[in-house]
Design a binder for this molecule. Structure first.
Ligand code: ADP
Ligand code: MG
Length: 437
C-alpha cells in the first residue's frame, strides 16, 4: 500500500511535468505534505512563499492531486512557521494514512447491465494479462467507471503477481512525459521504461489523438509490447472510430483487440451504487433520498457519488438530517450549470409555449403552422439537451411521434440555430429561464 508520502511524491512528479524547472524548484518542491483528511490535502510552505503558491499554483496542485488520486480534493496551505513538526495530530494522520478506502477495485465496483461486459472484460484481462484480449479498449462518457475499472485491473494484477512491472498512466501524462524527454534528450530512458513493462494501462488515451509525435511514439511502444505478449489496456471517452484525429494505423491497432463500452447505469444500478457509496461513507439514507438521487442523476456515477459525499458533509458539519430537501441541496451543489438536473418536461413545454406564444397542447399536435412547428422543434431540442430522455421517449411526449421524426426535427433545428442568431438567443433565454425556476 502506498503511504501518503509516496502519493505526495507522485503528485510532485506530475506537477514537475507541468511547469518550468525553476518554478518547480522554487515554488512546488518546497511544499511539505502535512496531512490528508476529509478529502482535504493540507500542505505547508514557508510563510513568504505561501501567497504566491496559493495564487498561482492552486489549480495545478488540485489537478495534480485529482490526477494522482483519482478524485477531486480540497486544498489548504499552511504557513510552515505555524506547523510544528512534533504536532501529534499531524503526525498520526500523516503517517498511517493509506489510500485504502479510496481504492478502485473490482470488489467495490457495482455491476449492472450498463457495465457488465466491460467489467467482465477487465476482470478477464486482469486474471490473464497478455492472454485474453489485447488491447482491451474501454470507452464511455465521463463518470461511468472507466478509471475505476482500469485501476481495478492494476490492483488485481498486483495482488496476483506482486513483481509484475505495471505502468499506469494517462494519455496526458504520457504526452507530457514524452515532451519532457524529447526536450531533455532522454528519449532512450522513455523508450526503455515503456517498452520493458509487463502491463501498460493508459487512461484517457483520447488525449494523444491530436498529437503527432506522441502517436508515433505510442505506436511503436504499443507494437513492441503486444508483440512481446504484454497486456495493454486503454480507456477513452469515445470509441476509436470516433477519434477523428487518430492515425489510421493506431485506430486499426485499437480495434484489433476487444472494445467494451460503459453506459449510464440503469435505475437499479444507480440505487445499488448510492447504497454502496453511503455504506462506504458510513451514512444511512432513507429510501426516499435514494429514490430522489437515483431519479435526478442519471448519467454520471461521479455525480451520484458526489451527492452522497455532500450529504455526508452536511451531516458532519451542520448536523443536518439526510432528508430529501438536503439531497436537493446536495444535488444543486454538485451539478454545475452545464449539466442541469433533469427538468420536468412540463416546465420546458410551458416555457417554450410562452415564448413562442402558442398553446402547450399545440406542441404535442401535428399542426404544421410555421410558428408551431418551430416551437415544437425548439421544445424537442431543449428536452434533448437538458434531460437524459431517449429519442423514442421524446417522440412519445410529442403525441407519439416516431423517433426518426425527432431526429429529423433535431437536425433541422440545429441547422437553424447555427444560422439564426435571434432564434439562438431565444433558445438560450428559454433555457436560462428554466434553469432559474
Ligand atoms: P470515468 O473514468 O469513466 O470518468 P470514474 O472511473 O472516475 O469514471 O468513476 C467516477 C466515480 O464513480 C469514481 O469514484 C468511481 O468509483 C465511481 N463509479 C463509477 N462506476 C461505478 C460502479 N459501477 N460502481 C461503483 N462505483 C463506480
Ligand atoms: Mg476517468
Amino acid at each position: 500500500m502506498e503511504s501518503f508520502d509516496e502519493i505526495w511524491e507522485m503528485i510532485l512528479e506530475y506537477m514537475k511535468t507541468q511547469v518550468t524547472e525553476v518554478a518547480f524548484n522554487v515554488w512546488l518542491r518546497p511544499l511539505e505534505f502535512v496531512k490528508f483528511e476529509n478529502d482535504t490535502i493540507v500542505l505547508s510552505i514557508a510563510n513568504f512563499k505561501k501567497k504566491v503558491v496559493e495564487d498561482k499554483f492552486t489549480p495545478l496542485i488540485l489537478k495534480a492531486c485529482e490526477m494522482t488520486m483519482g478524485f477531486p480534493v480540497n486544498l489548504t496551505i499552511l504557513s510552515a512557521d505555524s506547523v510544528s513538526d512534533s504536532s501529534p495530530e499531524s503526525e498520526s494522520t500523516a503517517s498511517g494514512l493509506s489510500l485504502n478506502k479510496y481504492e478502485y477495485t473490482f470488489e467495490n465496483f457495482i455491476i449492472g447491465p450498463s457495465n457488465r461486459f466491460a467489467h467482465a472484460a477487465a476482470m478477464n484481462v486482469a486474471l490473464n494479462p497478455g492472454k485474453a484480449y489485447n488491447p482491451l479498449f474501454i470507452y464511455g462518457h465521463s463518470g461511468l467507471g472507466k478509471t475505476h475499472l482500469l485501476s481495478a485491473i492494476k490492483h488485481e494484477i498486483e495482488k496476483n503477481n506482486p513483481s509484475a512491472d505495471i505502468i499506469y498512466t494517462s494519455g496526458e501524462y504520457f504526452t507530457n512525459e514524452l515532451v519532457n524527454c524529447l526536450r531533455n534528450q532522454s528519449n532512450y530512458a522513455f523508450h526503455e521504461k515503456y517498452r520493458s513493462c509487463d502491463v501498460l494501462l493508459i487512461d484517457d488515451i483520447q488525449f494523444i489523438a491530436a498529437k503527432e509525435a506522441t502517436q508515433e511514439e505510442f505506436f511503436h511502444t504499443f507494437n513492441a509490447l503486444t508483440n512481446a505478449g504484454k497486456q495493454v489496456v486503454l480507456t477513452s471517452d469515445r470509441p476509436p472510430k470516433e477519434m477523428l484525429t487518430l492515425e489510421e494505423r493506431l485506430r486499426t491497432r485499437f480495434e484489433s483487440g476487444l472494445i467494451a463500452d460503459v453506459q449510464p447505469p440503469s435505475l437499479e444500478t444507480r440505487m445499488a451504487i448510492i447504497n454502496k457509496k453511503a455504506e462506504d461513507l458510513g451514512i444511512v439514507l432513507s429510501d426516499d433520498v435514494i429514490d430522489f438521487l437515483a431519479d435526478n442523476i442519471k448519467k454520471n456515477v461521479r455525480q451520484l457519488e458526489g451527492a452522497v459525499k455532500k450529504i455526508k458533509a452536511y451531516q458532519d458539519v451542520e448536523n443536518a438530517r439526510p432528508t430529501v430537501a438536503l439531497a436537493k441541496r446536495a444535488i444543486a451543489d454538485i451539478i454545475n450549470d452545464d449539466q442541469p438536473i433533469p427538468m420536468t418536461i412540463e416546465k420546458i413545454m410551458n416555457e417554450v409555449s410562452r415564448s413562442f406564444n402558442v398553446n402547450p397542447t399545440d406542441l404535442k399536435s401535428d399542426k404544421r403552422n410555421a410558428n408551431i412547428s418551430q416551437a415544437r422543434q425548439v421544445a424537442m431540442y431543449i428536452i434533448s439537451e437538458m434531460t437524459n430522455m431517449s429519442l423514442k421517449a421524446i417522440g412519445k411526449e410529442f403525441g407519439g411521434k416516431h423517433y426518426s421524426t425527432v431526429i429529423y426535427s433535431l437536425n433541422e433545428i440545429k441547422d437553424k440555430l447555427s444560422q439564426n442568431v435571434a432564434l439562438k438567443a431565444t433558445v438560450d433565454d428559454i433555457i436560462k429561464n428554466i434553469n432559474e425556476q
